[in-house]
Write a protein that binds this ligand. Structure first.
Ligand SMILES: Cc1cc2nc3c(=O)[nH]c(=O)nc-3n(C[C@H](O)[C@H](O)[C@H](O)COP(=O)(O)O)c2cc1C
Length: 227
């Protein structure tokens, strides 16, 4: 069936709540999360998979969708929370994400929501990096009319193996200027997974320590199809 053709399309899974081993403060009813992402080279899809799996481990329900599959993405109205993720290319996020947000702006704003901005700049620590990212997000907010409740900047990847000749040369120059990895014979992942996990746990209100316990409770009752 087209809707469940695999990750990158739509994917829904969940756990029916904490099992006997869960901590007393595990959430009783799962939060139903819609997670929509835009990607150009694939790193934001990988990030969305990680977020989805983290949410499932804490007992939430998640539907993950690539913004390009817009015809098959359900309306945010039916969810408790919405997470959008997209990556920067030449200062802009993917058009399908912008269009999705524009179409669903008021429904998204009415939910607990967050925006994951994926970029190379997020790997930097200079004041200029923060200012650049703030400018890109401000443009996104202006264009979509949506002000995310929470914004998290996630360092992406340099996937030299996927770039054409010119892009590889240009990205190598940019990386060199920023003190980033310049070995174009391999790809370089800059994503801080621990930091992202902490953000997601805080977003959903789950203390990090309960995530593992809840995952165990879920596994002991029913096999879940992971992202
Ligand atoms: C052609 C190109 C342009 C990019 N432009 C920017 C940019 O303007 N700012 C930035 O911080 N990162 C930029 N990046 C880095 C990407 O945001 C980073 O590689 C990210 O991991 C891409 O995510 P994706 O694989 O999901 O598309 C660019 C990368 C490429 C290949």
């Amino acid at each position: 069936m087209r809707l469940l053709r695999g990750f990158g399309k739509l994917h829904q899974a969940g756990c029916n709540g904490p099992g006997p081993d869960a901590q007393p403060d595990s959430p009783v009813s799962p939060v139903n999360v819609l997670l929509v992402y835009g990607t150009s080279e694939g790193q934001t899809r990988k990030i969305a998979r990680f977020v989805s799996s983290r949410l499932l481990q804490s007992g939430q329900k998640v539907l993950t969708a690539d913004a390009r599959e817009s015809a098959f993405i359900p309306e945010p109205r039916g969810f408790d929370a919405v997470v959008l993720a997209a990556s920067l290319h030449a200062g802009h996020y993917q058009r399908p994400i912008i269009d999705f947000v524009k179409r669903n702006r008021s429904a998204i704003s009415g939910k607990t929501n967050a925006f994951l901005s994926v970029s190379l700049t997020a790997a930097g620590s200079a004041p200029r990096d923060a200012a650049d990212l703030a400018r890109c997000v401000a443009d996104f907010v202006r264009e979509t009319g949506w002000t995310p409740e929470r914004i998290h900047h996630v360092a992406g990847a340099l996937r030299y193996s996927t770039y054409g000749l010119f892009t590889r040369w240009a990205m190598k120059r940019i990386a060199a200027r920023r003190g980033g990895p310049t070995d174009t014979r391999r790809d370089h992942e800059l994503t801080d997974w621990d930091d992202l996990a902490k953000f997601i746990d805080a977003f959903i209100g789950t203390p990090s320590a309960t995530v593992g316990a809840h995952a165990q409770a879920c596994r002991s009752r029913a096999p879940l199809s992971g992202p």
